[in-house]
Write a protein that binds this ligand. Structure first.
Ligand code: ADP
Ligand code: MG
Length: 323
């Protein structure tokens, strides 16, 4: 099979999006964005050895790759529309490609995203990258800065489950030894790790009033520290309110990462609206603290103050957790 056949068989589907003037098959795609909308562009990569093993189910890889990109678009309050896909393969393994492609297109279809192009190359490690392009009405994108003193801090869903699944994989030495992950993890753990639900509907619903937003990829405290830094503020969290996932501990929930939930801030006057959004969208949204002008993050469990963990989240280059 040559490159053109591979693209045709595994990555080309009929395009039914009137904004796509030219899709796969030319030197580049051509898109006509609707008037009054801005493009929101993100990219995320998954690398064998860092994000998955040669044994990871290819369909899970595709689902996760889509989810992490969709989550970035959600955190901007935008709607995903178009994607490009860069695939670096060691060899052509048709079983792998078929499973990856079917996982990918089922996600693309579920979220109404059109694959408009990409690239295929050969390399020493499997490497997959999606660039996702979304739309947001002019000047409505949510950003990481803009939080104000006394704003409430909220988190969607429950946190810690994906980090717990990673911990279980490490405990079973599944990361290095190529053990079948499906035999080690429960279905809930597989879903937490590979099929996080990007909070697109919540991102859209809060974008008119939220003051800052970020998605939790590297750990709740890590992301909160970014909002604090970019907004030149501090924050106080009440740990008794933290929505820790079932069978997970507080440490993983605070700094584990891979949750792909939204962390956002908003003025107190939005409390009722947020609770009605949570009900309408069937998504738990929990108030976990507030912003302050201390330039520090402080953790309380009831009245008692807790010190911050040494590591606030995950950092690829320390291969561990960062400051
Ligand atoms: P070029 O040599 O000009 O880069 P390619 O042969 O790489 O062209 O790609 C041919 C067409 O197929 C382009 O439209 C490109 O966007 C598309 N394409 C290549 N790889 C992928 C992929 N993995 N998924 C989707 N489309 C792809
Ligand atoms: Mg190319």
């Amino acid at each position: 099979m040559n490159e053109a056949e591979l693209i045709q068989r595994y990555f080309t589907r009929q395009i039914i999006d009137s904004c796509v003037t030219l899709g796969i098959g030319d030197d580049a795609a051509v898109i006509q964005p609707p008037a009054g909308e801005q493009l929101v562009i993100t990219t995320d990569t998954m690398v064998e050895g860092s994000h998955f093993t040669p044994n990871t189910n290819p369909s899970h890889i595709a689902t996760k790759l889509m989810a992490v990109n969709l989550s970035d678009i959600a955190a901007m309050g935008a709607t995903p529309k178009w994607a490009t896909l860069t695939v670096t393969l060691k060899t052509i393994d048709e079983n792998w490609l078929a499973a990856f492609s079917s996982g990918l297109f089922s996600c693309l279809d579920r979220y109404g995203v059109t694959l408009v192009g990409g690239d295929v190359t050969k390399g020493t490690e499997t490497n997959l990258a999606i660039q996702l392009i979304g739309l947001v009405p002019q000047n409505m994108a949510l950003t990481r800065k803009g939080a104000e003193v006394d704003d409430d801090i909220y988190v969607t869903g429950a946190i810690g489950a994906a980090a717990k699944a990673v911990q279980v994989l490490y405990d079973n030495q599944a990361i290095d030894s190529c053990v079948d992950e499906d035999t080690i993890l429960s279905t809930e753990q597989i879903n937490a790790l590979y099929a996080p639900q990007p909070r697109l509907d919540v991102g859209n619903a809060i974008r008119s009033f939220a003051s800052a937003a970020i998605d939790i990829s590297d750990g709740l405290l890590h992301e909160l520290a970014i909002i604090c830094k970019q907004s030149s503020l501090g924050a106080t969290l009440q740990l008794t309110t933290l929505p820790v996932a079932e069978n997970c501990d507080m440490a993983l929930a605070l700094a584990g990462g891979d949750d792909y939930e939204l962390l956002f801030t908003s003025h107190k006057s939005a409390r009722e609206e947020i609770s009605s959004i949570a009900t309408r969208l069937h998504c738990k949204i929990t108030r976990i603290g507030h912003m302050n002008n201390s330039n520090k993050i402080r953790l309380y469990h009831g009245e008692e103050e807790y010190s911050l963990p040494d590591k606030l989240g995950f950092d690829h280059f320390s291969r561990n957790h960062d400051e």
